[in-house]
Design a protein around this ligand. Structure first.
Ligand SMILES: Cc1cc2nc3c(=O)[nH]c(=O)nc-3n(C[C@H](O)[C@H](O)[C@H](O)COP(=O)(O)OP(=O)(O)OC[C@H]3O[C@@H](n4cnc5c(N)ncnc54)[C@H](O)[C@@H]3O)c2cc1C
Length: 473
């Protein structure tokens, strides 16, 4: 069916004003926060599950790629229409449908902004725990699809630990429900499969989340170190002592300098590392735990360690941490955020070698990371217009992925595979592993219309035109 007819069909489903096809709009929705670029053919803004189902049926009948898109903050090319097609923008489906305090559940539409959900339940004394640093902008649908994490992941886990069920639209437009409000649903864990599937298996139209009562007390500490090793050893020491802080976040010198230049909160710009440690739980005993943390910091040669005395001081530290990417991004026209995990004990060696990769390719790398989870975020700074520098950035990013796998880790902790890390999959998976992933995709989406060319290498997923060869073991 030619383009004009598809346009009319989409217009019939969502209304005239909610199909976008102008050149400017097509360009605007061709990117995310990564370096990947694409161009959709249509952008539609549905308001209900029924409309999404009808749009999917049009795409299914005509073999057109479909890409769900929330706020477009993905760092791996997830919502980029690299094969054209229809973008389903979920931003208008942003309602919180139900807050069930007694059962500690919330039901939301996929376009609800993460921070709005958190704020709504916080007013009632509850927490939705996952906290991607981008939470002010991201949608819960994007969080589900990327299985997003955040600074609280050490204690509270990632999105998949808080998503209990969903209403989803399948590739042929049928609407089904997976998981549910109650625990222990029979059968296969389909909600587990959908969470983290990057929009390649289904489109989520309603999401059931777990919420928790607010903690009675919180203590936030800032520790400053003269070496990264001392900071990393402190993290290991705290975990070894049997403590489970909510947060163990680290910034290296380049990131500290960037944050201080922007937020001006008095961070020492000559420090090699800072560690943000947050303890939460019952009031009783929390002070003793904080004292113990201070002792461990001292054993590891901390330069200074201080406790946030007021809520305002604590907020300031958090604003600085959550704004670290943005602050670092001001240093050069572009940055590429790498995202791998390594076993926590391998952090010092991994960070040293990330520094060596930076030297080798003559590029500056800042490190902001969830130290408790061994989840690194090397931020590679560059100028996209300098093609030689760009080529070095890509090589360095690939070597960092290789390094993480060599250290016994993974190629991505929380930002997804998207397009950016398709080639990196071969570092972690053999051909039999990939076949298993492809079989799942085949079962859900045999015609490969849902976000094709992302996450799961398929018939259509050679990387940048190159065949990816997987090991046979
Ligand atoms: C400054 C900055 C900081 C960040 N910090 C973090 C962080 O701390 N932790 C973290 O995990 N990530 C972080 N990210 C990455 C990003 O914010 C997350 O991946 C986020 O979950 C994406 O949400 P979104 O609404 O922008 O989704 P989009 O970018 O629009 O889409 C992401 C993926 O989700 C799919 N998708 C969207 N909606 C649906 C749906 N309804 N059904 C099925 N699939 C869907 C899309 O097709 C795409 O594959 C950060 C990004 C930036 C720019």
């Amino acid at each position: 069916m030619e383009k004009e007819k598809i346009f009319r069909e989409l217009e019939r489903i969502v209304g005239k004003d909610d199909v976008m096809t102008s050149e400017m709009e097509l360009q605007l929705y061709g990117y995310d926060a990564s370096l990947i670029r694409g161009r959709p053919d249509w952008i539609v803004i549905p308001e209900s599950t029924e409309e999404i189902s009808q749009i999917v049926k049009v795409a299914y009948k005509n073999g057109i790629p479909l890409i769900a898109r929330g706020s477009g903050t993905s760092l791996s090319g997830g919502p980029v229409p690299s094969k054209g097609g229809i973008i389903i923008l979920t931003t208008r489906m942003n309602r919180i449908l139900e807050i069930d305090i007694e059962n500690q559940r919330v039901i939301v539409e996929p376009g609800a902004i993460t921070l709005d959900i958190k704020t709504a339940v916080a007013k009632l004394g509850y927490l939705y725990q996952p906290d991607p640093a981008s939470e002010k902008a991201t949608t819960i649908g994007g969080n589900l699809a990327e299985n997003s994490g955040g600074p609280l992941c050490f204690k509270y886990g990632v999105t998949s630990n808080h998503v209990l069920g969903a209403e989803i639209v399948l590739a042929d437009g049928r609407i089904i429900h997976v998981g549910g409000k109650s625990l222990d649903n029979p059968g296969l864990d389909l909600i587990g499969l959908i969470t983290g599937s990057e929009g390649t298996l289904a489109i989520a139209t309603k999401i059931i989340l777990r919420i928790m009562p607010k903690n009675e007390a919180v203590k936030t500490l800032l520790a400053i170190f003269n070496t990264v090793d001392d900071g990393a050893n402190t993290v290991s020491g705290i975990v070894k002592a049997g403590m489970v802080p909510a947060t163990l976040e680290m910034l290296d010198n380049v990131a500290i300098k960037a944050v201080e230049a922007f937020y001006k909160i008095g961070l020492p710009t000559d420090a090699a590392a800072m560690l943000l440690i947050e303890l939460d739980g019952l009031q009783d005993g929390l002070g003793r735990l904080a004292d113990h943390v201070v002792e461990i910091c001292k054993l590891n040669h901390v330069r200074e360690v201080s406790l946030a005395k007021t809520a305002a001081e604590r907020d300031q530290l958090w604003v600085a941490r959550k704004g670290a990417f943005g602050a670092t991004g001001r240093l050069r026209p572009n940055y590429l955020v790498n995202d791998g995990t390594v076993p926590r004990t391998k952090l010092p060696e991994t960070l040293r070698r990330v520094g060596e990769i930076g030297h080798k390719y003559n590029i500056e790398i800042a490190n902001v990371f969830h130290a408790g989870d061994g989840n690194l975020h090397p931020l590679i700074l560059f100028d996209e217009r300098d093609k030689d520098e760009l080529a070095r950035v890509h090589k360095a990013a690939f070597e960092i992925m290789q390094l993480c796998v060599e250290m016994g880790g993974t190629i991505t902790g929380e930002h997804g595979v998207g397009v950016e890390k398709l080639e990196g999959l071969k570092l972690q998976f053999c051909s039999a592993d990939i076949t298993a992933l492809q079989n799942v995709k085949q079962a859900f989406d045999p015609d490969d219309i849902l976000n094709p060319g992302k996450l799961i290498p398929g018939k259509s997923a050679a990387c940048g035109g190159r065949e990816i060869v997987y090991a046979e073991h």
